[in-house]
Design a protein around this ligand. Structure first.
Ligand code: ZN
Length: 190
């Protein structure tokens, strides 16, 4: 798969709940590889951004699969961790706002409130149970991706906040969007 296989709003499939993976077949393993390829291909096409993670629904496959980059600080590390049927078992920490983007919400960024600490349970690609306590940015990424498996996008958390929407400028800086003009009634977002 390539970046062109990634679907974006206003595609209504993104707001559908994905199904649980039963048996982790060769087809599922191939899908996982294709998801990683599509994310890296997208990253290679962007000047200022990193392809941090992807959920299967973003390549139009409604299955509860998420891939998350191994190392957020080093773009050269092109490995991912794979989480099948991920679920948040506990919300901890405090709620903090920070910027989020999404490969399926083209060019729009948002300041989204998330928990700073969560516990996650999932299966790895071999079907073995994984339990993780995630903090900080990783906790944010898990919440964003698990939302995707439930048909929810980051913009849905902030839709009533006129100060939360931004666009990426040419130089890589975020510029606040005009809520009335560019966000509230924008048919691409809702
Ligand atoms: Zn996303």
């Amino acid at each position: 798969m390539t970046k062109d296989d990634i679907i974006a709003l206003p595609n209504a499939h993104l707001r559908k709940r994905s199904s649980k993976v039963g048996f982790i077949s060769d087809d599922i393993k191939q899908l996982v590889t294709a998801m990683k390829d599509a994310t890296l291909d997208w990253e290679d096409s962007r000047k200022h951004e990193v392809g941090v993670a992807l959920a299967a629904i973003q390549v139009d496959k409604p299955l509860r699969i998420v891939v998350i980059r191994n190392n957020f600080d080093n773009k050269e590390d092109r490995n991912f961790r794979v989480f099948i049927n991920p679920e948040i078992t506990k919300f901890e920490g405090i709620t903090e706002e920070d910027y989020e983007g999404c490969l399926s919400v083209r060019d729009v960024y948002g300041k989204v409130p998330r928990n700073t600490k969560i516990r996650v349970r999932a299966l790895d690609v071999n079907g073995k149970e994984i339990r993780i306590t995630a903090e900080g940015f990783l906790a944010r990424v898990f919440q964003h991706e698990i939302d995707h498996t439930n048909g929810k996008l980051f913009v849905d958390h902030i839709k009533d906040n006129p100060d939360a929407f931004f666009v990426l400028g040419e130089d890589g800086h975020l510029i606040k969007l005009n809520y009335e003009k560019d966000v509230r009634d924008n048919p691409i977002l809702w």
